[in-house]
Write a protein that binds this ligand. Structure first.
Ligand code: HEC
Length: 121
């Protein structure tokens, strides 16, 4: 059993390496529009515009970010992001605008994906 500690470390690694954090997602993709307000994107940290969106809740915001809404492209135009990563990006944006959302789970991301797909024509 002397390999047990090493095994435990390898078992724990994926929890840290599972994709990008909300901040990384934001900086890689969302900042292009949400940093500047390009195409009237709600600007990062603007409590007035985000306050309204925060009240709509993640059940509205994440499916919109996954599937796109008006000039907001699906996944912010970056299809290499996973649904969970996009959800983390939304939480990062929303919390910078006054929200208090917790880190999203895989299960929630799957539910938001189903909602986004339902909206498609
Ligand atoms: C090409 C520009 C662009 C990029 C990149 C972009 N957005 Fe947006 N986003 C917009 C615009 C424009 C809107 C406003 C859409 C509207 O309501 O007309 C918006 C709105 C949103 C909203 C509010 C949706 C709602 O229900 O009103 C969320 C949440 C959002 N973006 C998240 C993200 C996330 C997360 C990323 C990065 C993964 C991202 N956006 C990248 C342009 C962009």
């Amino acid at each position: 059993m002397r390999y047990l500690p090493a095994l435990l470390i390898f078992a724990a690694l994926p929890t840290f390496a599972e994709g990008l954090s909300g901040e990384q997602v934001y900086n890689s993709t969302c900042v292009e529009c949400h940093g500047t307000g390009k195409d009237k994107a709600p600007i990062f940290g603007n409590k007035k515009t985000w306050g309204k969106l925060v009240r709509e809740g993640l059940d509205d915001l994440v499916p919109a970010a996954l599937g796109g809404i008006r000039k907001m492209p699906a996944k912010g135009g970056n299809p290499s992001l996973s649904d969970l990563e996009v959800a983390r990006g939304v939480v990062y944006l929303a919390n910078a605008g006054g929200g208090k959302f917790a880190e999203p789970s895989e299960k929630e991301a799957a539910r938001w994906r189903a909602k986004a797909d339902k909206k498609k024509p």
